[in-house]
Write a protein that binds this ligand. Structure first.
Ligand SMILES: [Zn+2]
Length: 291
């Protein structure tokens, strides 16, 4: 039961008003940590890999680790390719066994974004149960190789959002509503809650149809994150915070065990620290016990 595509998992979340955590991983230890946390919390899970780690390890290796972990876990788990601007690499990951693909053509003109997203949907839907996430408007900050300055970020127009969803056939939709990748530069980022509510009403108002994604979860305050979920966000992405946990924990461990040469102990401390962060997010998003 453990290998599933994201659409079905997220439609249930949309209906029941909680969000599934989508956690970015770059290696095996992180993937083990997020799975261990989700199993303990009995929560559905989305493992995300962005383009750089997918290329570094290769899509085949990431997919093989995912399959091994997911097949022995008693919860549903997806493997998602995060923010890929390259249609050919999206196809490579879909062929390798990723269950969800994000084609990010959000920096392209509207019609080109529609064309690329629709192309990915046709490819992934013909290949089986692979779902596709598309984005409209842009999220500021840096995610992997994609950099968007704060003043260049464009929020998603609700009317265009509906048109985008209808014309692409996309399974999961990420509207830009003012969240940012990385650590927020201001204490109170300007999030457009009304815009999210309007988009959720237009797309999922009569019945859940296309689950909505909140990008840039790391820097959001707990009450803000929960508000975004209550307004219709059912996939909640966390990346930067987990990178900080990995690097800070590694640094702290090595600093206090400078004479020890046992990589397994570093891995164990990183795994424990990341597991703790994931459990925090799963509880916050209302996802505990939903598997
Ligand atoms: Zn993102």
């Amino acid at each position: 039961m453990s290998i599933v595509d994201a659409k079905e998992m997220l439609l249930k979340a949309t209906e029941e008003k909680y969000a599934v955590g989508a956690f970015n991983c770059t290696n095996l230890i992180q993937m083990e940590a997020v799975v261990a946390a989700a199993v303990e919390k009995k929560a559905p899970l989305i493992i995300q890999a962005s383009v750089a780690p997918s290329k570094f390890l290769s899509p085949g290796v990431i997919a093989a680790i995912y399959r091994t972990l997911a097949e022995s876990a008693p919860i549903p788990i997806c493997l998602h390719l995060d923010h890929c601007t390259d249609v050919e690499f999206c196809k490579e990951c879909a062929d390798a066994g990723y269950t969800n693909i994000m084609i990010d053509a959000s920096k392209q003109p509207f019609e080109e974004n529609i064309a690329q997203t629709r192309q990915m949907c046709e490819y992934c839907h013909a290949s089986g149960d692979i779902s596709v996430e598309g984005e409209l408007g842009t999220v500021s900050g840096v995610e992997d190789q994609i950099k968007v300055a704060e003043d260049e970020a464009q929020l998603c127009d609700p009317g265009q959002a509906l048109e985008f969803v209808d014309r692409t056939g996309v399974d999961i939709f990420a509207p830009a509503i003012g969240t940012a990748h990385g650590v927020y530069k201001t204490k109170n980022p300007k999030l457009d809650f009304d815009r999210l509510a309007k988009i959720a009403e237009l797309i999922n108002g009569s019945s859940p149809r296309v689950p909505l994604v909140i990008h840039g979860g790391t820097g959001l305050k707990p009450d803000v994150a929960q508000k975004l979920v209550s307004l219709g966000g059912s996939k909640f992405n966390v990346s930067t915070g987990l990178k900080h946990t990995l690097i800070d924990t590694t640094y702290d461990y090595i600093s206090s065990h400078r004479d020890e040469y046992n990589p397994g102990k570093i891995d164990a401390s990183v795994k424990e620290a990341i597991k703790g962060r994931i459990e925090y997010w799963i509880d916050l998003l209302g996802c505990t016990g939903k598997a």
